[in-house]
Design a protein around this ligand. Structure first.
Ligand code: CDT
Length: 322
């Protein structure tokens, strides 16, 4: 048996600060139409796909940046995307900055079914970067200033399968995939904006593509799920963002990957039943997992080197952040 879902990874090129929402939505609609022509059931857009990556700037009054946030979804600018998706019968995943009616700010992604109706919402759990202005950096990464963290990873029954969402930095954490995997997730959708330059440790700059592939592929394989990672790429307001949007099979193999830094759609036929090749064998969680020895995973946050080991070594307590 097979359950084939044809998925498009709809990478976008940069979105500059001066670009209007409606111009950006037009670009997304063009990618959606390409997806429809290619037979896609689902088109996946990046994190914060409607605006420039504004956390690269500090403003004393955060409310000055509220115009980067959506207060309703769909709103007047995004409704044409919903309408076109429903007309084409193609679902989509979209990342955006969300400002709730009661004043909460989140880095959010939604899943919209082929009939244009909301199937799920996710608010980013792992917020990277820093909370204070750090003028020594070439650019800021102030997600911890502009957003509040979301409260968990859920899955949704959609597109004939079990679909989960995560956002950018979440993809570097094995806990993300495992918490989704423990809910039977068959496909994880993950948008990202990843600056190639990493100010706290520039030795990682040349490894950004390698690390991106590493985490998407290992997350897919170790949990027997499809992973669709989609970038906003290219030079945005002087900051180069990684491309390499990829569709990864439950085997860990890359089935499609973008080769440019611009608006680009790559498509793969994803058989959701292929997940069981891994979920029912090598990664049969119910049979092989040993949660009784995994207590530290949920019981502590930072590193706790046992006292006897620490006293023999001395050194760092591992509490630094970036
Ligand atoms: N958007 C996002 O989460 N970007 C981060 C950058 C990490 S460096 C502060 C990422 O993990 O790609």
């Amino acid at each position: 048996m097979s359950r084939i879902l044809t998925v498009g990874a709809a990478q976008t090129g940069p979105i500059q600060r001066a670009d209007s929402r409606s111009d950006v939505v037009e670009r997304l609609i063009a990618l959606l139409r390409q997806g429809a022509d290619a037979g896609c059931d689902l088109v996946v857009f990046p994190e914060l796909a409607l605006t420039t990556f504004f956390p690269r700037w500090w403003v004393d009054d955060r409310a000055e940046f509220d115009h980067f946030f959506e207060t309703e979804m769909p709103g007047s600018d995004t409704k044409p995307l919903f309408d076109e998706a429903a007309r084409l019968g193609v679902g989509f995943h979209l990342g955006y900055a969300e400002l709730t009616p009661d004043g909460h700010h989140y880095n959010t992604a939604i899943l919209v079914e082929r009939d244009g109706l909301l199937a799920g919402r996710y608010r980013k759990v792992h917020l990277p970067g820093h909370h204070e202005h750090e003028p020594w950096r070439e650019f800021q990464h102030l997600e911890r200033y502009y957003f509040e963290p979301g409260d968990g990873f859920s899955v949704f029954g959609a597109f004939g399968g079990v679909v989960g969402m995560a956002i950018c930095n979440d993809r570097r954490w094995p806990e993300t995939y495992r918490v989704l995997g423990l809910q039977g997730c068959e496909m994880a959708l993950i948008g990202y904006n990843t600056p190639v330059h990493y100010p706290p440790d520039p030795s990682q700059d040349v490894l950004q593509g390698f690390h991106n592939g590493l985490v998407l592929q290992s997350g897919a394989y170790q949990n027997g799920m499809w992973v669709v990672g989609v970038a906003k790429a290219g030079e945005e307001e002087g900051c180069l963002l990684l491309g390499e949007s990829s569709i990864v099979a439950p085997s860990g193999e890359v089935r499609a990957r973008c080769t440019t830094d611009g608006d680009e759609l790559v498509v793969a036929e994803c058989d959701l039943d292929m997940c069981s090749n891994y979920k029912d064998t090598l990664f049969n969680f119910g049979y092989y997992r040993r949660p009784e020895v995994y207590g530290r995973i949920t019981g502590q946050t930072g590193v706790e080197v046992p006292d006897d080991v620490a006293s023999s070594l001395g050194g760092d307590d591992g509490t630094g952040g970036t």
